[in-house]
Design a protein around this ligand. Structure first.
Ligand code: SAM
Length: 254
């Protein structure tokens, strides 16, 4: 069954269903770390369906971190306030995690290689990172969105990362993944312009719409289309499943 209407995003739908299958198949306690969890509303349904999942969220914004604590108060959940870089690791309740989530965060991250290195450090040896990031902000013609990108970059250089956003180029991402010691297990693209229609679907039909929409997006991913930056106007979200690279993954580099 599709996830709660708050998700409203085919990439997150896909990832949450993936994590649910993983947790249910594992039938053992699972540690999940959500980087930039925001208010973590989507986690309520996941944790209800998967009581074996322990949730740890990292969120820099105090207001969102507090909202996440409230939203997850009935679950085994800890929210740590701060940026997802190495310095926060000692504050986390566990050193490594079976699942690391990063939903719509990387495009707002100022130090991207450091962030991916942190993903590496937090993943257990066989753990999975489900990471997606969006391009919508960067194709907007609205002056406010364009101004945010310019002003956010300027403020970040002065030491305030809170408003940073910049397009994630495919080639850069692949280079950072490799430099961080990670490897790509799966790459998909999601959120065609059908995302806009989701907003105007009557409430009673939103669940059915989400299911059909996800089915269509998964079919599109099977057509052998090689993603490139220019396609980010058609598919608003890039979605990856990453793992720690094993020696064999790196063998071709030596
Ligand atoms: C668009 S929101 C996504 C929130 C949530 N993951 C979701 O999908 O609803 C982006 C979040 O990333 C957080 N963020 C930005 N830079 C970050 C960083 N370096 N480490 C962790 N979180 C960060 C922001 O504070 C914000 O809550």
């Amino acid at each position: 069954m599709a996830y709660d209407v708050h998700v409203g995003n085919a990439a997150k739908q896909y990832c949450l269903a993936w994590v649910e299958r993983y947790a249910q198949a594992a039938a053992r306690p699972i540690r999940l770390l959500d980087l930039g969890c925001g208010a973590a509303r989507y986690a309520v349904e996941l944790l209800t369906r998967c009581p074996n999942v322990t949730f740890v969220g990292i969120e820099p914004l105090a207001r969102d971190a507090e909202q996440a604590r409230q939203n997850l108060r009935h679950f085994d959940a800890t929210i740590v306030q701060g940026y997802a870089y190495a310095a926060i690791h000692p504050q986390l309740p566990y050193e490594s995690y079976d699942i690391v989530l990063s939903f719509s965060v990387l495009e707002h991250v100022y130090e991207r290689l450091a962030y991916l290195r942190f993903v590496y450090d937090c993943l257990s040896e066989d753990g999975f990172c489900l990471m997606n990031y969006d391009a919508g902000h960067f194709h907007s013609t609205h002056w406010k969105e364009r101004a945010k990108t310019v002003i956010g970059g300027f403020l970040a250089r002065l030491g305030n990362q809170a408003y940073y956003q910049a397009f994630v180029r495919e080639a850069d991402f692949k280079r950072w993944v490799q430099q961080a010691g990670l490897t790509i297990r799966e790459a998909k693209m999601f959120n065609t312009s059908l995302k806009g229609i989701y907003k105007i679907i009557p409430e009673a039909h939103k669940q059915a719409y989400l299911e059909r929409w996800l089915e269509l997006e998964l079919w599109l991913n099977e057509l052998g289309i090689t993603y490139q930056d220019a396609y980010s106007k058609a598919w608003g979200t890039r979605n990856y499943i990453l793992q720690r690279a094993k020696p064999v993954d790196n063998a071709h580099m030596s």
